[in-house]
Each structure stands twice: as C-alpha cells, then as structure tokens.
Design a protein. Structure first.
Length: 117
C-alpha cells in the first residue's frame, strides 16, 4: 500500500478556482508512473464518485458535470496528480480524494472543497 496525501482544498466563492494536489511521497517513480489515477469526491452519506481520470500515458477523462471546468494532470517525477478546478458551483463541494484506479490503495484523508458566497 502506498500512502496518498491530498491537499489544496478550501473555501471559494461560486465561480472561483482551486488547484488540488495528490502526492505519493513514499512511492518511487517506477511504481507511480505506470498508475492510472483518478480524482474522486464524496458528499456525506453518499457514494464516492470519480470525477476525473488520467492514464499513465496522460489520456484524460471526466464525468459530464465537470467537463470544461476541471482539468487533471500529473507529474510523475514529483509523484503528484493535480486537479485544476474552475468555475466552481454549489454542486461541487465535497471531500476530494485521489487513488490508483486499477489497484486502489488505502484512501487518504482527502481535502475539503467548499463553495459558498
């Protein structure tokens, strides 16, 4: 199991932006680089849902509700996956997590995103 650490959440107004980061500080490059990674979000009492994915080769995909607003990227040398979020709406608040899509690791603590005026 590789520990995943999410950061970058916070409180923003509707229409605002945030950039989330997910690092695997103890992973080595050769372990992290081949992983297909995803960003997920979870509301209290609801299932965790995937919002964006990025393959080891950099191909990305998004759930419909975030297309055009969120962008996932990665830096394998830093063992980090990013989620740039723009035009945040009141439907986006949640705890955001990242994980290996094919072989999920233990879930990190996530990072809270709050959208409020």
């Amino acid at each position: 199991q590789v520990r995943l650490v999410e950061s970058g959440g916070g409180l923003v107004q509707p229409g605002g932006s945030l950039r989330l980061s997910c690092t695997a500080p103890r992973a080595i490059f050769s372990v992290f680089a081949p992983w297909d990674m995803g960003w997920y979000r979870q509301l209290p009492g609801k299932q965790r849902e995937v919002v964006a994915t990025i393959t080891s080769s950099g191909r990305t995909d998004y759930t419909d509700s975030v297309k055009g607003r969120f962008a996932i990227s990665r830096n394998n040398y830093r063992k980090t996956v990013y989620l740039q979020m723009k035009n945040l709406t009141p439907e986006d608040p949640a705890v955001y997590y990242c994980n290996n899509i094919a072989t999920p690791q233990d879930w990190g603590r996530g990072t809270q995103v709050t959208v409020s005026s």
